[in-house]
Write a protein that binds this ligand. Structure first.
Ligand code: CAA
Length: 261
């Protein structure tokens, strides 16, 4: 399928999704969000894809936020609907049954920071800048920033960043736990692809169920969380991959690859 504002490329077991409005620093308008929605569906249905990379086109930005020119004249109901659209799609990214890595190549502000936080893992270039500048525009974060930021960096730091609208550089984002790693801009995509391929070489069902257990478990009490873990752990024993991998280990031979999806 062809998209205008989002690029979808496949490299072996990896899908690379690029938000592609570089002239507007990849700002998210409704059309771009709706295309992202379709791209995620396409990836979800593609059994060959085992890991996803999400990035922004151009040198300057990952995503510089939701589109301010589109939001400028919204009324209460339109504002709410726009937030619900963004949240629905970002939740789809978050719950996609394949790991998603954000390759943050530049500005990740507002909706851009929020999109990166809906991904499983964030790797940042030294040039990346993060922030939730919404209060400078008279609005609150609307695509998950008030919810995912405190879950990632803790309530105190999230409140500081949201209330002050302060933009932080990649090193500070690393220090507060917003990103996993900071790398030189010229090696960003190579590093992210290396990690994506490493993940894609593991048992897909086990990776998928690990994601599910972590995501679901983080939202419930520990007694419920360990039941979720036991459920997914048990489910792994219904796969040939578990039998094959454990048999290969016991027989001291290398497993050729995983079958189950
Ligand atoms: N929406 C719409 N257009 C945007 C945009 C956005 N979020 N961010 C940048 N652009 C556009 C600019 O208007 C400009 O367009 P023109 O060339 O047509 O004038 C183009 O992208 C390049 O931007 P700048 O000239 O501003 O580039 P710069 O290097 O001087 O500054 C920047 C870069 C600091 C990121 C600056 O563009 C900026 O502050 N952008 C807005 C960031 C922001 O406030 N994001 C949050 C939006 S609110 C939100 O996301 C709500 C939510 O949670 C859902």
């Amino acid at each position: 399928m062809e998209y205008e504002n989002v690029l979808l490329q496949k490299e072996g077991k990896i899908a690379i999704v690029t938000i592609n409005r570089p002239k507007a620093l990849n700002a998210l308008n409704s059309d771009t969000l709706k295309e992202l929605d379709k791209v995620i569906d396409e990836i979800s249905n593609d059994n060959e894809v085992l890991a996803v990379i999400l990035t922004g086109a151009g040198e300057k930005a990952f995503v510089a936020g939701a589109d301010i020119s589109q939001m400028k004249d919204m009324n209460v109901l339109e504002g709410r609907a726009f937030a619900m659209l963004g949240n629905k799609i970002f939740r789809k990214v978050e719950t996609l049954e394949k790991p998603v890595i954000a390759a943050v190549n530049g500005f990740a502000l507002g909706g851009g920071c929020e999109l990166s936080m809906a991904c499983d893992i964030r790797i940042a270039s030294e040039k990346a800048k993060f922030g939730q500048p919404e209060v400078t525009l008279g609005i609150t974060p609307g695509f998950g920033g008030t919810q995912r930021l405190p879950r990632l960096v803790g309530m105190g730091m999230a409140k500081e960043l949201v209330y002050s609208a302060r933009t932080i550089n990649a090193q500070e984002a690393l220090r507060v736990g917003l990103v996993n790693r900071v790398v030189a801009p010229e090696v960003l995509m190579d590093e992210v692809k290396k990690l994506a391929n490493e993940i894609a070489s593991k048992a897909p069902v086990a990776v998928k169920l690990s994601k599910q257990a972590i995501n679901r478990g983080m939202q419930v009490d520990m007694d419920t969380a360990v039941i979720i873990e036991a459920e997914v752990f048990g489910e792994c024993f219904s796969t040939e991959d578990q039998t094959d991998a454990m048999t290969a280990f016991v027989e001291k031979r290398k497993l050729e690859g995983f079958k189950n999806r």
